[in-house]
Design a protein around this ligand. Structure first.
Ligand code: GTP
Ligand code: SPV
Ligand code: MN
Length: 613
């Protein structure tokens, strides 16, 4: 028996395939010791991080962490999907050869954890017992203790999830090695980071970051990229960057479930945590199932489309989260919640935290305050005075149990039936508040042509418009044409088709202000959509879908001028015609795009030609 066997035995990790995997990578990375973790280790690991200065206290049961200043977001250029099949190459998945990338990552990782502990994190990305659980099991190996704490909040963690697998080999091998962050050349031609999902081997090899989606491998790398590939390969399911909510109508007693994709930092967390506006609160309640990932499949017993959130926590954008925009989010990070903040502003004396938009102005007395890089605000030179205190992609991490509007059945194995699927971008013009889409092919077409302005969650220029198919551009695992066909196949097989719609909370006036107040008021167009599906309202038919009339929307108490309301409920035909040419070019880049999608495109284009301008 080796010392490593003793550790694995003591932790009760019996799966022989997992044990072999752990030993292999411990040896390759040169880790000094291994430690198997479960959720029950949280308090001890927190204490160790506080002691080591990897976390700071931010109130009772709240913690603060700072990542290296060049390591604050996902890096799309350094993220690749590798397989042994060249036809898996798509426009956005940065396809590379599996053998080549595996060899490269092994060289990057060889000896790179020397002197460190390698933590073994067995996890499940699904409610226990869910039909997709066989694809949801994984084991992350990491040499970073704060990554363990984040994983405990974001996934179900413990040896019980891997010990008794029907096939002991059916788990995702997810290896995370931090690397020497100060010498990786982030963002330069010498950048040596690589974030690789070897999808056909169900192996994830991430090197060179300790931040969010680069390091919490259950979340984005497994929950989205690997699962998307698995869902396609097995022909069984979809893995999407979707929020998932329930809407309960207290008057009729009915429950509805809506899921949908908005690009990173475009409002999924806020929508999922939404409180009904005061005037509608007596009748409707919104419950949270998920804010970032949903897996969708057809339930065998009912034949209906079902969805579930594979995550166990929230990794939410801090910016602009306040009592007005999202009181639910603030309560999910109350004292005692165990929440971890990353890259916000911090006052080590008072243990307070702050981010842009937390209050209209930063704390008046800036004594003791440190910005997200750890520099004293009071010592800033004049030219740095306007720099934000918190990083624009600073985040909070908390478990689902802390979310005040968490659905009572979020942990149920069954998942929930899906009534509607919505897509939304950050589009400053053209896209109305909501437009309902006629059928599945037009829905998939709409998702594929989703456009969004770049946000702080991905490295890139803020404010530049780019296409983000299905809000999955950074998470695409295989070719877009094959993806579209798979989407048509999975959803098309369901009884009671969900209704599709496109929403936009971000239309702006010429002065740059948002025309729609957003946040809680976003419930109103969603209620309209459900009523449309139920045949209770008719809407107004336009070339690009059905939009609500003013009378049909519940607008009591909405702060909007009649002119602005008119703008967001009107289709700008010339602007749309312009967009159709861009779309044609965009779609032409996809190989094997199903004919049904081209037909949908031509239908919309013909409708626009027939519309008076
Ligand atoms: P990821 O976690 O990166 O995938 O992002 P997300 O889609 O969950 O984004 P989130 O809900 O955290 O929102 C990101 C930003 O959008 C925050 O700064 C919000 O304040 C802002 N936001 C969200 N909803 C609205 C809205 O209805 N109107 C406006 N104007 N801003 C919004
Ligand atoms: C996103 O960027 O879409 C996120 C955060 O949800 S991360 O986990 O960093 O990918
Ligand atoms: Mn996301």
């Amino acid at each position: 028996m080796s010392p490593m066997d003793n550790v694995l035995d003591a932790a009760g990790l019996t799966n022989p395939a997992v044990r072999d995997y752990v030993k292999y990578w411990a040896e390759l990375t040169g880790a000094e010791r291994i430690e198997v973790v479960s959720a029950a280790d949280d308090a001890r690991l927190i204490a160790e991080c506080l002691e080591a200065g990897e976390l700071d206290p931010a109130g009772d049961g709240l913690y603060y962490s700072r990542s290296y200043h060049k390591d604050t977001a996902r890096s799309e250029e350094r993220t690749v999907v590798a397989t042994s099949t060249p036809t898996d190459k798509g426009l956005y998945n940065n396809w590379r050869d599996a053998a080549e990338m595996t060899a490269l990552q092994k060289e990057n990782m060889r000896g790179a954890s020397a002197g460190k502990t390698m933590y073994v994190i067995p996890y499940l990305m699904a409610p226990p017992g869910n039909a997709l659980a066989p694809w949801a099991t994984g084991v992350e190996l990491t040499d970073c203790r704060t990554v363990v704490l984040h994983m405990i909040r974001m996934a179900r963690v413990g040896v019980e999830y891997v010990n008794d697998l029907a096939d002991p080999n059916q788990f995702v091998r997810a290896v995370h090695v931090t690397g020497d962050l100060e010498n990786l050349g982030q963002g330069t031609p010498e950048d040596s980071r690589y974030f690789v999902t070897v999808a056909d081997e169900r192996t994830i090899l991430h090197y060179g970051s300790s931040y969010g989606g680069n390091a919490l491998l259950g979340k984005i790398a497994h929950g989205l990229r690997q699962a998307a590939y698995d869902g396609w390969a097995s022909k069984k399911f979809l893995a999407e960057q979707y929020m998932l909510i329930g809407i309960h109508d207290k008057e009729t007693g009915k429950d509805y479930h809506i899921c949908g994709g908005f690009p990173s930092a475009s409002g999924k967390t806020n929508l999922a945590m939404m409180l009904a506006p005061d005037v509608l609160g007596d009748r409707y309640h919104v419950s949270f199932y998920g804010d970032d990932i949903a897996w969708l499949w057809v339930d065998e017993a009912s034949g209906k489309l079902y969805g579930m959130n594979p995550e166990y926590g929230v990794f939410g954008v801090a910016k602009d989260t306040n009592e007005g925009t999202n009181p639910t989010a603030l309560h999910s990070i109350d004292e005692g919640s165990g929440a971890i903040f990353t890259n916000i502003a911090y006052n080590p004396t008072t243990r307070e935290v702050w981010w842009e938009g937390r209050t209209p102005e930063p704390p008046a007395d800036n004594t003791g305050w440190l910005d997200w890089k750890g520099n004293a605000i009071s010592e800033r030179t004049a030219e740095r005075a306007d720099e934000p205190w918190a990083h624009p992609n600073s985040r909070f991490t908390t478990t689902l149990d802390n979310v005040p509007n968490i659905a009572s059945d979020y942990n149920a194995a069954a998942g929930v039936p899906i009534d509607a699927i919505i897509f939304g971008g950050r589009t400053r013009d053209r896209e109305p508040l909501i437009r309902a889409i006629h059928d599945l092919a037009e829905g998939v077409y709409d998702g594929l042509t989703l456009g969004a302005e770049a946000t702080a969650a991905a490295e890139g220029k803020e404010g530049v418009l780019r296409y983000d198919p299905m809000s999955n551009r950074p998470f695409m695992a295989y070719g877009e044409g094959d993806y579209a066909q798979h989407y048509l196949d999975v959803v098309g097989a369901a009884k009671d088709q969900p209704i599709f719609a496109h929403v936009n909370w971000f239309q702006r006036g010429e002065d740059g202000r948002f025309l729609w107040p957003g946040y809680r008021d976003n419930l109103r167009p969603l209620l309209w959509l459900l009523q449309l599906k139920n045949g209770e309202v008719k809407g107004r038919e336009t070339a690009v879908g059905i939009i609500p009339t003013e009378d049909e929307l519940h607008l009591d108490g909405v702060d909007i001028t009649p002119e602005d309301l008119n703008t967001i409920l009107t289709i700008n035909v010339p602007r749309w015609k312009q967009e159709m040419a861009n779309r044609e070019e965009h779609l032409s880049q996809f190989e094997r795009l199903p004919e049904a999608i081209w037909e949908a495109h031509r239908r919309v284009a013909a409708n626009l030609e027939n519309e008076p301008e």
